[in-house]
Design a protein. Structure first.
Length: 82
């Protein structure tokens, strides 16, 4: 399995390139890079703790990075680079 630091780089680069990413986009990015949503949650927590990203809106507990929200295209959270 790839290292989480690899996923961290991909997520941070994608957020900077698009200026922001929501939970649906993050779910798709996670799977396309052969990681699980739980890995993305770990990376997001680390990036927030290190003040590299911030959460713009947060509607429920958790970040909403799961298949149900992906299928419904339900935007639960959004992240921007700092």
């Amino acid at each position: 399995m790839r290292e989480l630091s690899y996923l961290e780089g991909i997520i941070l680069q994608a957020i900077k390139a698009k200026q922001s990413l929501n939970n649906v986009e993050l779910y798709e990015l996670t799977l396309l890079n052969e990681f699980l949503p739980k890995h993305t949650l770990q990376v997001l927590k680390k990036l927030r703790t290190n003040n590299k990203i911030r959460e713009v809106n947060h509607l429920v507990v958790g970040y909403g990075i799961n298949y149900t929200n992906y299928k419904k295209k339900s935007i639960i959270s959004k992240f921007e680079a700092l």
